[in-house]
Ligand binder design. Structure first.
Ligand SMILES: Nc1ncnc2c1ncn2[C@@H]1O[C@H](COP(=O)(O)OP(=O)(O)OP(=O)(O)O)[C@@H](O)[C@H]1O
Length: 247
């Protein structure tokens, strides 16, 4: 269980996060949404240890992990993908995944034993590309491989940062089905950050909506989209029934 409470983070005079909270249980898919500049990336960077919060608590399975650094957060059981790709371009697809699995084997052999790299390659349909340098693959395939690589660490929480960016409707529907089946198979909690609201609504059991560094609403998608504060942020001020919230 990931529990993030009342995070504060400023950059000089800019308050990127002021009291942001979120939780995600095992087997749950939750979405984090909000307009540009809402603080989503800062939030993810705090949770994954790339940034140290000024205040607040990040706890995973009851252990406080705020500010312990990205490697330690990954060893604690949170894996992520990035908005901008971070693959080892000269290593093969298989090696990219093996490197992540190897690190996990060294530090958390109990967890690593749950993962089989060959089975991951098959599950992701990457067997035929396994010996290709990752950098030679199309962009979408590299993003896909990044998810497989994150799963190689047998995470308790998987954070996907804009996984549907650049995908067409069919591709994002396929991605959505894949994310649900990852959840079903591994039982991990999955946190998805994306601007594609149709995609988010179709896969998430709960949504967290941020605006200007604050959590403004959370709950089931239907509840959240009926919330006047959310409508105001997404559609502009006015009576809620004048607007059609995205479904
Ligand atoms: N390293 C930084 N230095 C200074 N200001 C920053 C830094 N990182 C983020 N900010 C500011 O913090 C605020 C939140 O930004 P953040 O990138 O977290 O929002 P976001 O919701 O992820 O936006 P987007 O959807 O565009 O990715 C913005 O005002 C941004 O300009």
């Amino acid at each position: 269980m990931l529990s993030v409470t009342e995070i504060e983070k400023s950059f000089g005079g800019v308050r990127a996060l002021s009291g942001a909270s979120l939780d995600c249980a095992a087997g749950e898919i939750v979405g984090l949404i909000g307009p540009n500049g809402a603080g989503k990336s800062t939030f993810v960077n705090v949770v994954t240890g790339f940034l140290r919060p000024d205040a607040g608590r990040v706890s995973l399975g009851g252990r406080d992990i705020a500010g312990i650094g990205p490697q330690q957060v990954s060893h604690a059981g949170i894996a992520r993908t990035f908005q901008n790709l971070r693959v080892f371009r000269d290593l093969s697809v298989r090696q990219n995944i093996e490197v992540a699995h190897l690190r996990c084997r060294q530090l958390r052999p109990d967890r690593a034993a749950r993962v089989n790299v060959a089975a991951l390659l098959t599950e992701f349909g990457l067997e035929d590309l396994a010996e290709q340098p990752a950098g030679s693959l199309p962009y979408g395939t590299q993003r896909w491989m990044e998810i497989a690589r994150a799963l190689a660490t047998a995470p308790e929480i998987l954070m996907l940062d804009e996984p549907a960016a650049g995908l067409n409707d069919d591709e994002s529907a396929r991605l959505g089905r894949a994310i649900a089946s990852i959840r079903d198979r591994t039982g991990c909690g999955i946190l998805v950050i994306d601007h594609d609201l149709r995609f988010i609504n179709s896969i998430c059991g709960r949504l967290f909506v941020m605006d200007q560094g604050r959590l403004i609403a959370s709950g089931a998608p239907a509840e959240v989209w009926a919330d006047p504060r959310v409508i105001e942020v997404y559609v502009g001020p006015g009576s809620p029934d004048q607007h059609h919230a995205p479904h």
